[in-house]
Design a protein around this ligand. Structure first.
Ligand SMILES: NC(=O)c1ccc[n+]([C@@H]2O[C@H](COP(=O)([O-])OP(=O)(O)OC[C@H]3O[C@@H](n4cnc5c(N)ncnc54)[C@H](O)[C@@H]3O)[C@@H](O)[C@H]2O)c1
Length: 295
């Protein structure tokens, strides 16, 4: 594999383009928004500069890597030479199914199709293509250049050779792949989201306050971040939508989202991105304090 097309130039897409370019792949970064493409190149450049300043890469590697990235607003044009397509567009089922139909129509015959979805069924995405055996999940973690794990998700029809190729490729990027099967939430979110939901239930039932819950999990379990702070970082809307996927997918009441989480999302208290969730955040500052609502 030499040529990789990345669809979606947001938070994850720019990180994915970054790690592939650093590993000497030709990257075609595709987005419907030229603005997002410009922003992505600025972010990637800044992130490479930070690595140079830290001494983890040389200036020459940075310059070479940036030359490997081309941008495109046309999907058909952007993936015409791709050996691998990684879709990292907005988390919306209809949007992704539509993108995969277009990928299927335009990608070369031998191309492997991967999706970075956090929660949508790989089998469902694969079913809209004429080559479900070549479709796989490649769930990168945020921030992509820093996080070592790639959760590799086999769809119902994914061929062993395709999984093997993606495992080898992940190692080439310096990442650690973990293979899992396609059931709701895969592994990462199936375990993380119920833990976050339970932390929210504990707050809702008055068992402990925001800081106490997070401190117990940080100091007691050596988690780098408490579950409520992590929920704020992920986005409470994203947490709620993944809990719905688990609840609907398994039909088990243990995944029912806490009513407090539902209320906070309705009130648009989504965490870091809206400036308030369980904590309040000030733009441009790393400081945060427990939200007034929970004092
Ligand atoms: N943010 C995270 O922490 C995280 C972690 C793991 C996986 N994911 C998954 O990665 C994917 C992307 O998430 P994100 O946080 O980068 O989202 P984002 O909102 O930052 O970026 C999404 C990008 O997709 C683009 N887009 C929308 N429709 C498109 C189309 N038809 N063609 C091409 N581009 C299109 C948007 O313009 C935007 O730039 C989602 O599936 C999400 O579930 C996110």
């Amino acid at each position: 594999m030499k040529n990789v097309a990345v669809i979606g130039a947001g938070t994850m897409g720019n990180g994915i383009a970054h790690v592939f370019a650093q590993a000497n792949f030709h990257v075609s970064l595709i987005d419907i928004s030229p603005d997002q493409l410009n922003k992505a190149i600025t972010t990637i450049t800044k992130n490479f500069e930070r690595q140079v300043a830290k001494g983890t890469i040389t200036k020459e590697i940075k310059t070479k890597a940036l030359q490997y990235i081309q941008t495109n607003t046309s999907l058909a044009e952007g993936l015409k030479d791709a050996d691998l397509v990684i879709e990292a567009a907005t988390e919306n089922v209809d949007l992704k199914l539509n993108i995969f139909k277009q990928i299927d129509e335009n990608a070369p015959t031998d191309c492997i199709f991967a999706t970075n979805t956090s929660s949508i069924s790989i089998t469902k995405i694969a079913a809209v293509t004429s080559r479900p055996e070549k479709v796989i999940g490649m769930h990168f973690m945020n921030p992509v250049p820093v996080m070592k794990l790639i959760e590799i998700i086999n769809g119902y029809a994914t061929k062993k050779e395709v999984t093997a190729a993606i495992v080898a490729l992940s190692k080439k990027l310096g990442k650690i792949p973990c293979i899992v099967n396609d059931y709701p939430g895969f592994i990462a979110n199936r375990i993380l989201m119920p833990m976050i939901n339970e932390a929210i239930y504990s707050l809702y039932e008055g068992v402990a306050g925001v800081e106490e819950i997070d401190t117990v999990m940080k100091l007691g379990m050596a988690h780098p971040m408490g579950p409520l702070q992590l929920a704020d970082f992920v986005g409470l809307d994203v947490c709620l939508s993944i809990l719905h996927v688990l609840h609907d997918g398994f039909g088990n009441p243990k995944y029912a989202p806490c009513p407090l989480l539902t209320n906070m999302v309705t009130a648009k208290k989504l965490g870091v991105k809206t400036g308030e969730g369980f904590y309040t955040y000030t733009a441009g500052s790393k400081d945060f304090v427990v939200s007034e609502r929970f004092k």
